[in-house]
Design a binder for this molecule. Structure first.
Ligand SMILES: Cc1cc2nc3c(=O)[nH]c(=O)nc-3n(C[C@H](O)[C@H](O)[C@H](O)COP(=O)(O)OP(=O)(O)OC[C@H]3O[C@@H](n4cnc5c(N)ncnc54)[C@H](O)[C@@H]3O)c2cc1C
Length: 298
């Protein structure tokens, strides 16, 4: 174990973590970023909705961000998985394979892992023909036929939104039964209902129903649940915030968690997810961490 104490260890070197690192590097702070390279959007070929980077490969955005941040000489990068995190007398200790790293403050920018519906053919089309965010991928469907696969009555939200992007069929798939009010709302939005359950997804975005019919779509939307991508928040005993499709780490407005000195940002610490929001969140966390180093106690 090295006894060097970094100012901040950032676990997660994607959009949120790099954005925080940028602030800290510009304040000439000693930062160690630990990242295992599994961005949430790694399944998609294009990222949309982030000003100046609209339509760019998300891997290119991340690589360019990393190159810019690594220009700052006080920022260090370690490729690998952070296995454990704990409080020490002087701050925090994080372990990676065979190594223990120390810091005065800790940032979790570890993102979330999507838990996809168990439908044959869905996983391999995730981010390519099956999506969860209309703002990210709806426009590119060019107003073609859209299928919304219900996961529960929460999918009503998708079904009522998607007609703005194309004629929408709501595939109920035995997930729930819309009540009279919901049926009225779906009708008002011109949504077609399909109650026959799904057998599999084939081709680009073709749904083969159990009754043998095949419905072809330009794209599909499905409700994914999510979980924190790393167990570090649980290990530290941080408070979480429950949401209908998954829990995120609870933070204050400057992104400090329920444990003094531990910050969290990006998808791991906010219910609404996008690259732009992750970058903004990281920017706040970077400033919050710097302020904590200067004036805070842990
Ligand atoms: C299919 C798909 C398409 C999307 N398309 C868009 C889009 O077009 N536009 C848009 O704005 N948003 C899009 N999103 C949302 C976007 O991907 C997320 O909002 C964004 O990636 C969040 O950034 P983040 O830095 O918080 O987390 P992530 O980008 O998920 O990065 C988290 C990082 O932490 C690392 N990590 C986690 N645990 C550990 C650990 N223990 N040790 C070391 N490293 C760890 C991961 O490997 C990863 O590198 C999409 C999401 C999906 C699923």
């Amino acid at each position: 174990m090295s006894d060097h104490i970094h100012d901040v260890i950032i676990v997660g070197g994607s959009y949120a973590g790099l954005s925080a690192a940028l602030q800290l590097g510009r304040a000439r702070r000693d930062v160690l970023i630990i990242d295992e390279g599994k961005r949430r959007n790694r399944f998609a070929a294009r990222s949309h909705g982030f000003l100046t980077q609209d339509g760019i490969d998300p891997a290119v955005i991340a690589a360019e961000a990393r190159a810019q941040v690594m220009e700052y000489p006080t920022i260090n990068w370690l490729a690998g998985r952070a296995e454990t995190a704990e409080r020490t007398e002087t701050g925090f200790a994080v372990t990676t394979a065979g190594q223990r790293h120390l810091s005065r403050r800790l940032l979790l920018a570890t993102g979330v892992r999507d838990i996809l519906p168990d439908i044959a053919g869905l996983e391999e089309r995730w981010g390519k023909a099956v999506f969860h965010c209309p703002y990210c991928h709806g426009y590119e469907l060019n107003q073609g036929q859209i299928g919304v696969i219900a996961g529960s009555d929460l999918s009503m939200h998708h079904a009522l939104m998607l007609p703005d992007w194309g004629p929408t069929t709501f595939l109920i798939n035995n997930a729930f039964e819309p009540d009279a009010e919901q049926l009225k709302n779906l009708d008002a939005r011109g949504v077609t209902l399909e109650r026959n359950p799904i057998e599999e997804i084939t081709g680009h975005a073709d749904i083969r129903l159990k009754d043998g019919r095949i419905l072809s779509f330009a794209g599909l939307f499905a409700l994914a649940r999510f979980e924190l991508a790393s167990p570090l928040a649980h290990q530290l005993g941080l408070q979480l915030e429950e949401n209908p499709v998954g829990s995120v780490i609870r933070t204050d407005p400057m992104k400090e968690t329920s444990m003094a000195g531990v910050f969290a940002c990006g998808d791991a610490a906010r219910p609404m997810a996008s690259v732009a929001l992750a970058v903004g969140d990281g920017n706040l966390a970077g400033a919050g961490l710097h302020r904590s180093l200067l004036f805070g106690a842990i």
